[in-house]
Design a protein around this ligand. Sequence first.
Ligand SMILES: Nc1ncnc2c1ncn2[C@@H]1O[C@H](COP(=O)(O)OP(=O)(O)O)[C@@H](O)[C@H]1O
Ligand SMILES: [Mg+2]
Length: 400
Amino acid sequence: MTELRILLATPHAGYEQRVRQAFGASLNGDLRRWDVDQGEVTADGLLQQLANTSPDVVAIGPDVPTEEALGLARQLEATRPEISVLLINEPTPELWQHALQAGVRDVITPDAVDADVRAAFERTMAVAARRRQNLVGEPDAHGRPGGIISVLSPKGGSGKTTVASNLAVGLAMAEPNQVALIDLDLQFGDVATALGLTPQHTLVDVVRAPGQLDGMALKSFLSAHPSDLWALCGPESPAEGEEVGADQAKRIVEALAGEFRHVVVDTGAGLDEHTLSAIESSTDLVLVCAMDVTSIRSLRKEIAALDQLGMTHQRRHLLINRADSKVGLDLRDVEASLDHPVDVAVSSSRAVPLSLNQGLPLIASDPRNPVARQFAELVERFAELPASVTGSRRRRRGER
Ligand SMILES: Nc1ncnc2c1ncn2[C@@H]1O[C@H](COP(=O)(O)OP(=O)(O)O)[C@@H](O)[C@H]1O
Ligand SMILES: [Mg+2]
């Protein structure tokens, strides 16, 4: 790998000069220009430019047509999430919206003054550095990195704990003893119940423990689930939960990520400060939404809030729970309203609460159940499930 901090895609040598000037002498070989011809703006061209190098930032210059620029950003988001994208283009509200969806980190006008150009590049580089830190763990055999996955929803009862526990157990089926589930619903957390655990220790014991906790010490506070999943259960009462600070929660999540390939974070309703601190460290967000108008509206507001807070570098996965509810809405309405594709749709089934009552999430207790397979689709966004779980599903797909 060669060292490179910025790849600047533009046919204009003049704009390269502007960026260099904004940084003074400090850039030298850290910036390279991809002298891209308008007709050559293709994903392949970009990946070729990135062979053997991993810059912090790919900046897409003002002369690259917007559609193509957004296409490149989407490609990077999917294949090189450690790289942040800066778009140099007139930042209209409409462009911002499309840019955020394409995973662009920042947009600056081509006429920005030196100080603003430099500030935008530095912000984007800082995000890239954070993002690299968050892409914890070595890639698995399929080249997938591990990560921190926060499960969110503006509403209680929408299925966060159900989704988080099925996801965590599913990941543990794929990668035994490589997965931790942490309960950050400090008021009404019920991960322990969902997993049928009677924890010896909870999150409160971790923050009460003297001294700085390293990852190894943290492990002694976890509860083992028979599925080879490790859980850090929530406090017994909301009063105890108050002892856990948001910064502490963030440090604990990050320490877990040092020890496990995948950390799944179950959260309370909405965006409280603990949830926000977990999101900051997350690589992925699973947004859980029920199939009704108020849930969809609330989630739309939550997504807008995340955008406004600049929490845009996490991959977002939209999961509609009880997606088969007959309420006169279909998935296309949801997608249109949230301006995001539905990644996973989970049906309603009595088997879901029944399995949670037994402390074994459906994905493990009855992997062939159609709803378990829907949870498996979520798991497979992060890891390869063993054929024993997915085998029959793949065969059926093949038959079509
Ligand atoms: N797809 C589903 N089908 C049937 N029941 C479900 C489904 N998803 C969640 N539930 C039930 O709804 C209730 C609330 O779910 P839960 O995961 O605890 O929500 P949250 O954590 O968002 O408050 C639980 O009793 C759970 O078993
Ligand atoms: Mg819950």
